[in-house]
Design a protein around this ligand. Structure first.
Ligand SMILES: *Cc1c(COP(=O)(O)O)cnc(C)c1O
Length: 370
């Protein structure tokens, strides 16, 4: 699904030098490499503060902690997403309220969010799924109206740009009170292990986030709030520092592969290509088809025989996951998400797909659906 070896070969010198510098300096934790990368990511995203942490899941957890949410507070998330989005809500004793998504963009439906707001709602966590921003114009309006926080799950969408109707352009992760991203190796900006970051434009929140990520400590060994230990290590920061200058070119490579897929599948009655939201660019963390009137399991088997990997992101929506069973929800409650779970198929997507690979993949997919 991803080819990190070919990508590494292209940037080997810069990565190796960055890692060697960290080892020689022995500043493995909280070293200058982390600060340098954070400042460069601030410049890239336009976020006033970038606070690196251990991974994207930690970023989401720390975000909810920093906003001072209390057990019983309701947090609205889409039901069609990666588990981490709701996991941290549950872990903190908050109440996840899940909503359905839009069939075309596969992102959180603003109408569903509006219907889910109650007096207990405190925050909305939109997920910019597969690399395309959720309908932030509508979600921001709902949040304003009801005085709710927005924590963006931008783990799949770093570098995606959203244009509001008044012309303002903002990057994924910089539109809400807090944005969260992940540097998991396969993400669009991936390190060689685990990593993540929070984005905020609010100085006070930034200070609180820094303290929470560091054992709730502001002055050394004085703990004002309960925190966690979550940090990006310097070696990962050095890898990210070497990759960040290439992010735009990586995004363009993904978009070019997506355009090839779009052209190859246009008009095929079994294949619906990913729907686009005109307000957002799409950075294609995943290229996800919706299959129609064809047997997905057979399609996957055929592709595997041809040496073409494919994956189902995500086979079970949150409300039907065993650990998240809740008397409030049952099968059939979120028909779009359930239909997506039964029909999506993600194709190989990375920065080094060549014409030969794209030709094999698209030909095999078309043969597989008949
Ligand atoms: C990857 C991902 C996360 C979690 O990131 P980790 O760094 O793996 O903890 C959270 N939400 C979404 C949507 C993701 O894709």
């Amino acid at each position: 699904m991803v080819d990190l070896q070919t990508q590494y070969a292209e940037i080997k010198d810069a990565v190796d030098k960055g890692i060697a510098d960290v080892i020689e300096s022995a500043a493995f934790v909280k070293g200058p490499a982390v600060e340098t990368f954070a400042r460069h990511l601030e410049e890239y995203t336009g976020a006033r503060h970038v606070i690196p942490v251990g991974n994207g899941t930690d970023a989401l957890q720390i975000a909810l902690m920093a906003l001072g949410l209390k057990p019983g507070d309701e947090v609205i998330t889409p039901t069609f997403t990666f588990i981490a989005t709701a996991e941290v809500v549950a872990l903190l004793g908050l109440t996840p309220v899940v909503v359905d998504v839009d069939w075309e963009t596969m992102n959180m439906s603003p109408e569903a969010v509006r219907r889910a707001v109650t007096p207990k709602t405190k925050a909305i966590v939109p997920v910019h799924l597969f690399g395309q921003c959720a309908d932030m114009e509508s979600i921001t309006a709902i949040a304003k109206e009801h005085n709710l926080f927005i924590v963006e799950d931008a783990c799949q969408a770093i570098g995606a740009e959203y244009t509001f109707s008044d012309g303002r352009k903002m990057q994924a992760g910089t539109m809400g009170e807090i944005g969260c991203t992940s540097f998991f190796p396969s993400k669009n900006l991936g390190c060689y292990g685990d990593g993540g970051a929070l984005f905020t434009n609010d100085d006070e929140l930034a200070a609180k986030i820094r303290a929470i990520a560091n054992h709730g400590m502001v002055v050394r060994y004085h703990h004002d709030i309960v925190g966690v230990n979550s940090r990006l290590d310097s070696i990962q920061a050095a890898v990210l520092e070497a990759k960040l200058p290439h992010l735009d070119e990586y995004i363009r490579a993904r978009q070019a592969a997506a355009a090839y897929y779009d052209r190859a599948f246009a008009g095929n009655k079994h294949l619906a290509v990913p729907g686009r939201d005109r307000k957002s660019t799409h950075v294609f963390h995943q290229y996800t088809l919706r299959l129609q009137d064809t047997d997905r399991a057979k399609v996957q088997t055929y592709l595997a025989e041809k040496g073409v990997p494919s994956m189902i992101y995500y086979p079970v929506p949150l409300h039907l996951q065993k650990a998240y069973q809740d008397p409030r929800y049952k099968a059939g409650d979120f028909p779009v998400a359930e239909k997506l779970s039964a029909s999506v198929l993600s194709l190989p997507m990375h920065t080094c797909l060549d014409a030969e690979q794209l030709e094999l993949i698209t030909r095999s997919v078309k043969e597989a659906v008949g």
